[in-house]
Design a protein around this ligand. Structure first.
Ligand code: FAD
Length: 502
């Protein structure tokens, strides 16, 4: 019988996506007969941004067996407990999207309904008073979750990291190479297809070397060398929903102890990120070129830096959207070659991680079963659309009227899936998590409430509570949250302590 098992995997590209894939596959595919090679070109380089993450990255790091202290030290990482959004709802206002939940759910009803009813009363405390990480962010505090304290809010808090993207890719490379992945330095100049079915047979390098494979993973970045360059798969452009299409990034010196969260400040035609690492601040301005020039965008970024600029600015162009098929024939696109959603909620690295997991679930043999491929592509699209809708909410919920950019995003047509969610929330306060999507009730509530979209009603079950009973419960939750905050420590001191013992 013919052996149909995949033996040769070729990863094209050594950015975050390429090395994450190489590291994970080298661990998950335990078969010594499978040979993984990664081709990258120093001449071309990587995007080199991507410094903020979401909590799921910890599970990826655990899979690779990384020691957290070592990881923090080697990637200049800080902890991240959420994102502060400044000037999004209105200029001068801010809100916090936290990685910890609001209050506690009661009677099977999500806590935000209790808060909504309570908020009808004058002088009721804001939702941040019931959220541990929101409280911690105000004093730059951090704590690891305490799963042993079952039932305590401390057991369910989550966290992520802010790190140097270049150092992270290097770290992944170390893991991959130590597990037998072969790195090939060289520029791919040709992609060779099989005459009979158009599958990729090999890639040719500038040096004249040819690298052939059974399965190709396209991690070549925005250019999508195999998935688009060779297979012409096509791209669904979503820039009518998310019109930002450029970014300029520049590091600067720290202005004080690094805070445990990312800040996203809205400007007149986009927004600016501020990501504190141990040794510097990462900054960037994401903007829409229809409404602001590159020079003006950079001037705005520079004037908003909190420390002296470091290095040269890096200008990037992108188009929000998704490859029509992330998996086409024997090519799977990962990372930027699969699609791009702007970094407002730091989701790109996460989407690489889930794509790797999906690839493992549907790992092919040389027959490349089309039903598996279709399933993979359907799930990828679903995941991208869910994240896309959440990102759009940040824009369309705005009350800002101060620039053509904000007037456009405030009034643009929305995807039906998002419009339905907004309609349901605005009528009854109901939020839901569909198909295990990435952002749940806490995230959606943070943005709705943070941008002043308040529903007409809350859950009817809460109407059965008397005002006194509700007051008492809300007060108990608030007191408990403040009590839990005593378990937190100063972020910088805590980080320093961990890194010094790495
Ligand atoms: P790249 O980094 O572009 O790597 C491409 C690789 O392909 C390189 O090694 C290159 O040398 C190689 N290559 C290309 N062509 C050839 C060739 N012909 N021959 C050989 N090799 C070739 N993500 C987050 O999770 N959090 C964030 O905060 C975040 N911020 C971002 C901000 C911006 C402005 C942008 C644009 C992206 C951001 N991202 C973020 C996304 C993140 O940067 C990417 O998802 C991640 O870096 C993966 O990139 P990549 O590996 O797919 O592509």
């Amino acid at each position: 019988m013919r052996d149909e098992n995949i033996k040769e995997i070729v990863i094209v590209g050594g950015g975050t996506a390429g090395w994450m894939a190489a590291a994970a596959l080298s661990i998950l595919l335990k078969n010594p007969k499978i040979h993984i090679r990664l081709i990258e070109s120093e001449q071309i380089g990587t995007v080199g941004v991507g410094e903020a993450t979401i909590p799921h990255i910890r599970y990826f790091n655990q899979l690779l067996g990384l020691n957290e202290k070592d990881f923090l030290k080697k990637t200049n990482a800080t902890f991240k407990i959420g994102i502060e959004f400044v000037n999004w709802g209105q200029i001068g206002e801010s809100y916090f999207h936290s990685f910890s939940p609001y209050g506690v759910n009661m009677e099977g009803v999500h806590f935000h309904h209790f808060w909504l009813r309570h908020a009808m009363k004058e002088g009721a405390p804001p939702p941040d008073e019931y959220n541990l990480h929101c409280l911690a962010s105000k004093r730059s505090l951090f704590a690891h979750p305490k799963p042993e304290l079952r039932g305590s809010p401390l057991s369910t808090i989550e966290y992520a990291f802010q790190f140097d993207a270049g150092l992270y890719a290097k770290y992944m490379r170390g893991v991959a190479e130590s597990r037998g992945v072969t790195r090939i330095e060289g520029k791919v100049v040709d992609v060779n297809k099989r005459a009979e079915d158009g599958f990729i047979d090999s890639v040719s390098l500038e040096s004249g070397e040819t690298v052939s494979g059974d399965l190709f993973i396209d991690c070549s970045g925005f250019r999508g060398l195999l998935i688009e360059g060779a297979l012409e798969t096509g791209y669904d452009d979503w820039s009518h929903y998310l019109p930002c299409n450029r970014a300029v990034a520049q590091g600067c010196e720290l202005d004080g102890p690094p805070i445990p969260y990312t800040r996203a400040t809205a400007h007149k035609a986009g927004w600016q990120w501020r990501i504190p690492l141990q040794n510097r601040l990462g900054n960037g301005h994401v903007y829409c070129s229809d409404h602001i020039s590159d020079d003006e965008a950079y001037a705005q970024l520079k004037s908003g830096l909190d420390g002296a600029p470091m290095g040269d600015p890096k200008f990037l162009r992108f188009r929000t959207g998704i490859r029509k098929k992330a998996w086409n024939k024997n090519v799977i696109a990962l990372g930027l070659s699969a699609g791009f959603l702007e970094p407002l909620e730091s989701t790109s690295i996460h989407l690489i991680q889930t794509a790797i997991a999906r690839l493992m679930t549907n790992f092919p043999d040389k027959r490349f079963n089309q039903s598996d491929i279709d399933f993979y592509n359907r799930k990828t699209l679903q995941e991208f659309e869910q994240v896309r809708d959440f990102l759009i909410l940040h824009y369309c919920a705005t009350q800002r009227t101060d620039s053509p950019f904000w007037n456009y995003v405030r009034t643009m047509d929305l995807p039906a899936t998002l419009q339905e969610r907004i309609d349901i929330y605005m009528e009854s306060g109901r939020l839901y998590r569909e198909n295990n999507e990435l952002f749940g009730e806490n995230g959606w509530f943070a943005v709705f409430e943070g941008e002043d979209l308040r529903p007409k009603r809350c859950h009817p079950v809460i109407d059965s509570l008397s005002d006194e009973m509700l007051d008492r419960r809300m007060n108990d939750v608030r007191v408990a949250m403040h009590k839990c905050l005593e378990a937190y420590e100063d972020h910088q001191t805590y980080l320093h302590k961990l890194c010094s013992t790495a």
